[in-house]
Design a protein around this ligand. Structure first.
Ligand SMILES: Cc1ncc(COP(=O)(O)O)c(C=O)c1O
Length: 371
């Protein structure tokens, strides 16, 4: 068998992530690798942390990227906080809340599920009732932007409720960060994780996290995490302050160049402008989809501009349509997950993929395939 260098086809990524990585970020990725303890690299790490604080709207000093994808950011939050016997209120309105429940159970905790229908936001009244019924609960965990359904939940209210009941909040912002408002300090959120491959339009494989001072205190009180790699006490020996950085693991040096570049681009655009761009392209897409007779599954108030979950028109073959979009138009859109498989498409407008040209190309291609 002969092996050859891999050259990926050109695609327009309008699924649930990854999104299109702009040439400027790919160019940063290809710069020469230097040592992960090189003083110049340490300067870059400091800048990445500061830029992440801006993008996550926080002054938390424990704000840094985990060297692994969003799932690792999720796991880092749970393994550093949840102890055997802890009760955790887990909100589930899609796939990723289910993964939070798994994490709680693997940490030896008990997950108290607050369930909402897929496509609906987390219902704060149900969370309040669960908090009242479980005064020993220590955490409230929820997904801000459910990628499996395209629904946003009210993070500010949920974090406030957690605090009012003496709980810490654990918040998934994998799909929200950079696309809609994520204001960690304003919300009073405690442990927050995200991903690089959605609205940051960076390469996949890194997970920004931030811990409030209360969450940092709780990790200390918890004692040694069962995961060596995710143990934030150890990781912060490398990502912590100034010159005393010590080796923990070999950082993904080039991927961090790319993250730095993507954060810089977001800072130059301005967070509010990026949110407005996501909103206006979503509106353009929604208007075009309406003309094609395609409906959203989420009520307007709770729709994520960056993840448009729509009903597949009756009689249309899901897989065949997505296949034609991919093969004839180089356009990727996402399939439905779990109970939504076969009935829903997920059209992403994330980060660099979120532009007018893509919206028009997607509507044109979809219109032609549906004909
Ligand atoms: C809401 C949410 N949480 C967590 C993850 C997991 O991230 P990753 O696939 O980078 O591990 C995803 C990925 O799509 C996601 O959408």
């Amino acid at each position: 068998m002969t092996f050859r260098a891999f050259h990926p086809p050109l695609r327009t990524l309008m699924g649930p992530g990854p999104s299109d990585v702009p040439p400027q970020i790919l160019e940063a990725l290809g710069r020469p690798t230097i040592g992960h303890l090189d003083p110049r690299f340490i300067d870059l790490m400091d800048e990445v942390k500061t830029l992440l604080q801006y993008v996550m709207q926080t002054e938390n000093s424990l704000t840094m990227p985990i060297s692994a994808p969003g799932s690792a950011g999720m796991e880092a939050c749970f393994v550093n906080l949840v102890q055997p016997g802890d009760k955790v209120i887990v909100c589930q309105n899609g796939v990723f809340g289910g993964r939070m429940k798994e994490n709680v159970e693997r940490c030896g905790g008990t997950a108290i599920l607050v369930e909402d229908e897929w496509g609906h936001p987390v219902d704060p009244e149900k969370v309040e009732a669960a908090l009242r019924a479980n005064p020993q609960a220590s955490f409230v965990a929820f997904v801000h932007a459910e990628t499996s359904t395209g629904a946003r939940s009210d993070a500010q209210t949920l974090c406030r409720m957690a605090r009012d009941h003496g709980c810490l909040s654990i918040v998934d912002t994998v799909t929200s960060l950079g696309g809609i408002e994520v204001s960690v300090d304003d919300w009073g959120a405690d442990a927050v994780y995200s991903g690089t491959q959605k609205c940051l339009s960076c390469v996949p494989g890194i997970s920004p996290i931030t811990f409030s001072p209360r969450a940092v205190e709780a990790t200390r009180a918890r004692g040694r995490a069962q995961s060596w790699f995710m143990d934030l006490d150890l990781v912060t020996g490398y990502w912590g302050a100034g010159a005393q950085r010590t080796y923990h693991h070999t950082a993904p040096v080039n991927a961090l160049y790319a993250l730095h570049e993507s954060l810089l681009m977001l800072q130059q655009e301005g967070l509010e402008n990026a949110w407005a761009r996501h909103r206006s392209n979503h509106e353009l897409l929604a208007a075009g989809l309406a003309k094609l007779g395609i409906d959203f599954i989420v009520a307007e108030e709770w729709r994520l501009p960056q993840l448009n979950a729509v009903r597949i028109p009756q009689g249309v073959d899901d897989a065949a349509t997505r296949n034609r979009l991919l093969l004839d138009f180089g356009l990727e859109i996402g399939a439905g997950l779990g109970p939504l498989a076969g009935t829903v498409w997920r059209i992403g407008l994330m980060g660099n993929s979120c532009n007018e040209g893509n919206v028009e190309a997607c509507l044109e291609a979809l219109g032609r395939v549906l004909e």
